[in-house]
Ligand binder design. Structure first.
Ligand code: HAM
Length: 437
């Protein structure tokens, strides 16, 4: 720990401490997200941070696999810190929750770990609010996850954002019909996700795809835009020879019609060649974005084959993970402030040693009426305690002095107005809640 004579106590690269001001913002987003879960009927679950490596690695894709915090525990097990929630939830659905009625709606929030290269908005420990909707293959389910994503962004107060949407079935449909093995398909999708388009086309060619397939793929990568139904029409034309790709376009059209007609008003960017890093997606995929960031605030999609991989029944499912850290950063950039009402904050100052007990007693009483209250505990004089209270943005000081106390009274000082008066102890809460007078 000791380098050039001075201890360097810092966090690991990519890991952060959250001091009260920042922790409050993180928790605010989490609270809004959890409240949304309640409104949409998602029950919260809590899963372990450490799981068997194989569970977390299954179908997550090369990119995440390579960046997992993986190690052997003291019992010789190969384990890892979770890089996402979806695998743990698929494990639960395939095992302990296998007989639960469908649709199953699950919410979780917590920390995740990826050995990503740290940069603005990318950390090695980060937080997600995650929603999974399990058991429905219908476009209604996709529409709900999109609606929920829209709802969260709106509730947080963002003014400028859009949702980028695609469908894994479009690209995979073409590649599969060309006889390209899943492994190669995965590689192509990873390259597309990283925007290494030329390499993706080369791998496609080298995997034995026909000339017209490569041409179609190339065309798809250019087929994007905000006029949703127009883009879908064009996409359909490009993939018309590929049956399951056409079905994917149709599926996307249905989802978007449903979402839009039910009043969800987000700007949508359709990208026919959109791919996401995770390997388990089988249907609609999407990300929510803001202009201030190149990276997404949230990501999600449909994964109809993952649960059976864990030994469950074939179970259609989809979900979305909202990046809490990035939402907080984006809120700051768009100058969106949390809608938290100003709260009272009371400091109780005993004037002498013998009044400490009374100060503690009063603090308990105030907290019982839901008023945050603290007792001065540095042995300061009243005037020092008051200037300290000012610095801490205390709204009211309660000064407990012997004379007033004899008549069951205390001094209540409004810190903002710098005015004080004597009030009956039995009315103290009421007087504080009454606000400034
Ligand atoms: P993901 O796109 O890997 O998807 O992550 C979702 C969100 O988590 C990202 O949009 C971002 O906000 C946040 N995030 C990811 N990595 C980092 C990082 N290194 N630093 C900060 N934030 C990060 C998933 O995790 C899927 N499990 C989503 C899902 C749920 N699909 C279906 N259900």
């Amino acid at each position: 720990l000791v380098g050039d004579g001075m201890p360097q106590f810092r966090t690991l690269r990519g890991m952060r401490d959250f001091l009260p001001k920042d922790a409050k913002k993180m928790r605010y987003v989490e609270v809004v997200a959890r409240d949304l879960a309640r409104l949409y009927g998602y029950g919260e679950i809590i899963t372990p941070v450490v799981e068997h490596y194989d569970i977390l690695a299954a179908k997550s894709g090369e990119e995440i696999r390579e960046r997992m915090y993986a190690f052997t525990d003291m019992g010789g097990r190969r384990v890892a810190l979770r890089p996402e929630f979806t695998a743990s939830i698929a494990r639960l659905v395939a095992t302990k929750m296998r007989h639960e009625p469908k649709p199953m709606k699950l919410f979780c929030a917590g920390s995740l770990y990826r050995y990503d290269e740290p940069q603005h908005g990318r950390f090695r420990e980060f937080w997600q609010a995650n929603y999974e909707l399990i058991g429905s293959s219908k476009p209604e389910a996709d529409a709900e996850i999109l609606t929920l994503t829209y709802d969260l962004i709106e509730r947080l107060g963002f003014r400028n954002y859009w949702v980028k949407i695609g469908h894994v079935g479009i690209l995979r449909g073409i590649l599969a019909q060309e006889g390209i093995a899943e492994e190669q398909q995965n590689m192509i999708m990873q390259l597309l996700d990283k925007k290494r388009l030329d390499e993706a086309l080369t791998v496609t060619r080298e995997s034995g795809a026909s000339q017209s397939c490569v041409a179609a793929l190339k065309k798809l990568l250019e087929t994007r835009g905000k006029d949703v139904f127009q883009v879908l029409k064009e996409t359909k034309r490009v993939v018309e020879d590929y049956e399951s790709a056409v079905a994917a376009v149709e599926n996307l059209r249905e989802i978007l019609e449903l979402t839009r007609e039910s009043g969800v008003k987000f700007e949508t960017l359709i990208e026919a060649g959109f791919a996401r890093g995770l390997e388990y997606y089988t249907g609609m995929i999407f990300e929510s974005c803001v202009p201030e960031f190149e990276i997404a605030l949230a990501g999600g999609g449909r994964y109809d084959k993952l649960i059976e991989l864990f030994g469950g029944e074939p179970t259609p499912a989809l979900g979305v993970a909202q990046g809490i850290d990035r939402l907080v950063l984006a809120m700051k950039k768009q100058k969106v402030s949390p809608k938290v009402p100003e709260e009272n904050k009371v400091m109780i100052i005993p004037v002498g040693e013998e009044l400490k007990t009374k100060a503690f007693e009063l603090s308990l009483k105030l907290r019982n009426t839901k008023i945050p209250a603290e007792v001065e505990m540095m042995g300061r004089t009243v005037s020092k305690a008051l200037s300290d209270a000012d610095r801490r943005r205390v709204t009211h000081a309660v000064i407990v002095g012997p004379e007033e106390l004899r008549e069951e009274r205390v001094v209540l000082r409004d810190m903002k107005k710098r005015k004080q008066r004597v009030v009956e102890i039995q009315n103290l809460s009421k007087e504080i809640l009454r606000g400034p007078n």
